[in-house]
Design a protein around this ligand. Structure first.
Ligand SMILES: [Zn+2]
Ligand SMILES: [Zn+2]
Ligand SMILES: [Zn+2]
Length: 474
């Protein structure tokens, strides 16, 4: 994997990083990476191909996709076809034996990934594979030394389960190496989404992507397409500029992000956004009107406390699956927030998101559409114009609008397509899904109002379009 258009550099205050050696325009691919090693999560193991990370997709309500092929030996790994199975075999062979050995127990996803790293090392030592790597797994940040006593005990437990899985005879002499691998996986692994970006199905180590440092207002984004990860630029980049991605969810305030980065990645973020803020950053904690504080100085603290507690309560109600109650809780919290904080406030976005989810679930598409519109408007205020979260949310809103026969649907989908073509690329399944949706939406707009009303009713009955963004085009 020789690096092209980028180089490894020492960045003041951050250590190793990557910088551009050429100009990049918005949406251009900066890194195209194949996994060094990856695993599919235990929970998703029977739904996704363990080699190419694709899910069989139904082409319409009457079409059943072909089932995945099961590994005849471990009965755990699945593949699209013989080609995927053959390509995966060399790496799966020792894993296959380990899965059978520990059955009916299952090793954790992390243990399975670390074991894949371990077996790969063995294959390299035996000259079964040649490697040309930008960095070795042993050189990745693992922050083992910075861990608390409790975290170190957890690492010890992981070493035990690793021993059970790969057998103690095969284990490396020193536990330190295994600690480092687990640490490297914690700090560097990249989540793999299904092709529609709806759920995380696995995790992998991508050595060149792992060289990218974090920034809360990054100039790049890493998105996977099957087992591949592509890093694209979110804005124009000049030669010598450092390339960064965000390691965490951007919908959070500076203190919230810093806490997550410290807990999970063991560093204090000193990026421009954290140090000096921006207009977008201010919007994440904005009040409806600054005068509110003059009249009622305690109003803001009250709303923050109320919202935090209400969100916790909603989590519990969700567990008990009482959705009517959950909806009432969300609407109650929103009503109180409405008089004090702006829609772009992160706590309000969290509540609005609950409103969208629950009203979708309760089959009230007009409600979910209205709340989703508010979330999309809020995202537009706090996220850069080209951002995957914004693109995917606009896609979702477009689907909801289409489902409720709103004429804005086509335009919203068009805006989503514009963003996703840059963040995911125009060959990504998600982009192709939007194009399909737009075609169908356009086609329906030509139909008579009576036919449209009938379709709306059918869709409401089938609860189509909610959460399932990629609808069939026939
Ligand atoms: Zn496959
Ligand atoms: Zn197997
Ligand atoms: Zn930061």
């Amino acid at each position: 994997m020789p690096l092209q258009g980028i180089e490894v550099v020492d960045v003041a205050g951050k250590g190793r990083g990557l910088c551009a050696t050429q100009e990049y325009r918005t949406g251009q691919v900066v890194i195209r990476s194949r996994p060094y090693e990856h695993v599919i999560f235990n929970e998703q193991a029977d739904k996704v191909c363990h080699h190419c990370v694709r899910q069989p997709i139904s082409k319409g309500p009457t079409h059943t996709p072909p089932p995945l092929l099961k590994c005849g030996s471990c009965k755990f790994a699945r593949y699209c076809n013989k080609d995927c199975q053959k390509a995966a075999w060399e790496a799966h062979k020792p894993e296959c034996a380990a899965i059978k050995r520990v059955f009916p127990n299952k090793a954790s996803d992390q243990t399975r990934l670390v074991a894949r790293l371990f077996w790969r090392k063995q294959r390299v030592a035996e000259n079964k594979i040649q490697e040309d790597l930008p960095i070795l797994v042993e050189e990745l940040e693992s922050h083992v030394k910075q861990r608390t006593k409790e975290e170190k005990e957890q690492l010890d437990n992981r070493v035990f389960s690793f021993g059970d899985y790969v057998t103690y005879e095969a284990m490396p002499e020193s536990d330190e190496v295994i600690y480092q691998w687990f640490g490297a996986v914690d700090c560097n692994a990249i989540s793999l989404n299904d092709q529609r970006g709806l759920s995380v199905v696995g995790v992998g180590i991508f050595l060149d992507v792992a060289l990218l440092n974090h920034d809360c207002n990054p100039n790049c984004v890493a998105v996977n397409n099957g087992a591949k990860v592509e890093v694209r630029s979110l804005r124009p980049i000049k030669p010598q500029e450092e390339l960064c991605i965000s390691y965490i969810d951007p919908i959070d305030t500076t203190p919230g992000r810093q806490e997550k980065l410290k807990n999970q990645y063991y560093f204090d973020c000193k990026c421009e956004e954290c140090e000096n803020g921006s207009e977008r950053e201010a919007m994440k904690s904005a009040l409806l009107d600054e005068n509110i504080l003059k009249e009622k100085p305690e109003a803001e603290n009250y709303i923050i406390k109320m919202s935090t507690e209400a969100l916790k309560r909603m989590e519990n109600t969700k567990k008990s699956r009482n959705f009517e109650r959950l909806y009432n809780q969300a609407l109650g919290a929103l009503k109180q927030q409405d008089s004090v904080i702006a829609d772009s406030h992160v706590l309000k976005i969290a509540v609005l998101n609950q409103c969208v989810e629950v009203s979708s679930f309760l089959r009230r598409p007009d409600d979910s559409c209205m709340y989703a519109r508010r979330v999309a408007d809020a995202y537009e205020k706090i996220l850069p114009a080209i951002h995957p979260v914004l693109g995917m949310y606009l896609m979702r809103l477009g689907v909801l609008q289409w489902q409720t026969q709103m004429k804005e649907a086509f335009e919203t989908l068009g805006r989503a397509a514009g963003i996703i073509s840059k963040t995911h690329g125009d060959g990504h399944p998600l982009f192709l899904d939007i194009v399909d949706l737009m075609r169908q939406c356009h086609h329906e707009m030509q139909m008579s109002p009576e036919v449209q009303t009938k379709m709306k009713a059918v869709r409401k009955e089938a609860n189509l379009g909610i959460g399932k963004v990629g609808l069939p085009s026939n």
